[in-house]
Design a protein around this ligand. Structure first.
Ligand SMILES: CC(C)(COP(=O)(O)OP(=O)(O)OC[C@H]1O[C@@H](n2cnc3c(N)ncnc32)[C@H](O)[C@@H]1OP(=O)(O)O)[C@@H](O)C(=O)NCCC(=O)NCCS
Length: 183
C-alpha cells in the first residue's frame, strides 16, 4: 500500500483522466455520461500545456493518485482559455479580482485526487511533497488550491490557509486556500 511517486509520463494520461472521473465529485465518481468530457476538461489542459507539472502515485503499475498543477497560473489560465475555450467551472465562482490576486500572489496551483482504496496512507502527502520540491527548485514562492468542504481540512493539515470563500450554491462553500512553498 505504498505507491511510488513519479512525474507523469505520456502513457499515464488515460489513467489520470479515468481517475479524475472516478473521484471528481468530492471524491466520488461523476455520472457515466459525463466521464469523458469531465476528465478532458480537468486533465486536458495540464497534459497539453504543462505536461511536466503532473505527478502520479503508482502501485503495481496502476495509477492510484495524481497531482496536476503548474507554477504560473496567470499564464496558464490565459493559454487555457485561448487553446481550450473551456466551459465555466467551480473556479469561476470566485470573482475575477479574487482570482487575479490568487494567480499573482500564489502563482502555482494544484489539483489532487487519490483512489478511494488508497486514501489515508500518505499518498496525497507524498504527491504534494514531490510537487513542492519542484516548485522550490523553480523558485516559485506560493501555491493555491480551490476546494470543496470535504477537502478543506486536508489542505489545512497541509498548512494551507483560507484566502477567500464563496457560497457556490445554498450551503455549498468553496474555499480558496494558499501557502508559501517554504515553510
Ligand atoms: C484529499 C486527498 C487527496 C488526500 O490524500 P490522502 O492520500 O488520503 O492523504 P494522506 O494519507 O497523505 O494524508 C496526509 C495527512 O492528511 C490527513 N488527512 C487526509 N485526508 C484528510 C481530510 N479529509 N481531512 C483532514 N485530514 C486529512 C491525514 O490524516 C494525514 O495526516 P498525518 O500527516 O497527521 O498522518 C484524498 O483523500 C482524496 O483524493 N480525496 C477525495 C478527492 C478530494 O477531495 N481531492 C481534493 C480536491 S481539492
Amino acid at each position: 500500500m505504498t505507491p511510488a511517486i513519479r512525474r507523469a509520463e505520456q502513457l499515464d494520461w488515460t489513467a489520470i483522466k479515468e481517475l479524475c472521473a472516478d473521484t471528481g465529485r468530492q471524491g466520488s465518481p461523476v455520472d457515466e455520461d459525463e466521464r469523458e468530457a469531465f476528465g478532458e476538461h480537468w486533465i486536458g489542459p495540464y497534459r497539453e500545456l504543462r505536461p511536466d507539472w503532473t505527478w502520479v502515485a503508482v502501485d503495481d503499475r496502476k495509477v492510484v493518485g495524481y497531482l496536476t498543477g503548474c507554477p504560473d497560473t496567470l499564464s496558464f489560465e490565459k493559454e487555457r482559455r485561448r487553446v481550450f475555450a473551456p466551459r465555466p467551472d467551480s473556479r469561476e465562482f470566485f470573482p475575477l479580482p479574487v482570482r487575479l490576486k490568487l494567480w499573482t500572489e500564489h502563482p502555482a496551483h494544484a489539483h489532487m485526487n487519490v483512489s478511494s482504496d488508497y486514501r489515508g496512507f500518505g499518498t496525497g502527502g507524498a504527491l504534494l511533497k514531490a510537487y513542492f520540491a519542484a516548485l522550490r527548485k523553480a523558485g516559485v514562492p506560493s501555491v493555491h488550491v480551490i476546494c470543496g468542504p470535504s477537502a478543506a481540512s486536508f489542505w489545512e493539515r497541509m498548512a494551507f490557509r483560507v484566502e477567500a470563500v464563496v457560497e457556490a450554491a445554498p450551503g455549498v462553500v468553496l474555499s480558496a486556500m494558499a501557502r508559501p512553498v517554504e515553510p
